[in-house]
Design a binder for this molecule. Sequence first.
Ligand code: UT7
Length: 323
Amino acid sequence: MTRRAVVIGTGHYLPERVVENAEFEKTLDTTDEWIRSRSGIERRHFAAEGETTSDMAAAAAKAALAEAGMEAESVDAIVLATSTADLTFPSAATMVQSKLGMTRGFAFDVQAVCAGFAYALANANALILSGQADRVLVIGAETFSRIMDWTDRSTCVLFGDGAGALLLEAQESAGTSDDRGILATDLNSDGRYKDLLYVDGGVSTQNTGHLRMQGNQVFRHAVEKLAKTANTALERANLTTADVDWIVPHQANIRIIQGTAKKMGLSMDNVVVTVQDHGNTSAASIPLALSVGKSRGQIKEGDLIVTEAIGGGLAWGAVVLRW
Ligand code: UT7
């Protein structure tokens, strides 16, 4: 028998305020048509004043616990992927722990920007496989609206806020690729590309800063690196693209999503797409898409899922799991 990290609950949270592309036409030299055709984004949610990353993360986590019929006290660890934690410290994960009323276990943040959820899942999987935890909440949550330069049309129209969560549980299985759970992970980063996507401030520079991106350069790296990491993770699981039911990609740009699917030889019928409604929510985009894909009836138990993401660093990675 083999120990596996199996998804037993999903949940998400989106802030109430929805901003349509047309809103940006009032303040920027842009159009709904440009945003829609270049990125696939139609609208995004923005957190309310005072609403924080840990508030949204806790809401998503509560939904995942409720779906699994589990109490927070039965969770051993919280791994929260975010680049927009409420405070410099403590971690947003410990704030979620407190908001859930959880007084045991341990909690920490993972920072790999838009690839954060792949990194968080890989870490949670390692904790489960090594026997350090039996039940782990893996959350992606972001308030990127707080780091936008609202005068920069090339970035501020692309991002949104939100949170998604998975509850993973250690289960014993025969250990084949037909059995449920995380089957393989692949993580990468290359700091030579740090200037393509970054925030021009931080704790040691004494200002919060704003997101800066050379979008077309990131785009160029994205399709190639995403298809490669997805194929590497599939190979590690002894599977091929023919086995894939759903690609659940990081939702940054519909053209990247289409290009990656094409490079992998898969149809868009096999891709969960939420970018039109959420924009780019960085580390929250994959758990949001998993939760929304499940509630739409797309993702079903037993499906073979590949998630892939790339972002600042550059950092990128993929996770293959049997739902
Ligand atoms: O999640 C982390 C990873 N991030 C990504 O994956 C994002 C990757 N990049 C992208 O999604 C795309 O590169 C963008 C959507 C950001 C941009 O699309 P693009 O097709 O690469 O356009 P571009 O940056 O090459 O810009 C084309 C033109 C430029 O004008 P000129 O120089 O050709 O005259 C821009 O100034 O579009 C202009 N432009 C805009 N026009 C209207 C840039 N932003 C806007 C805008 N409205 N909002």
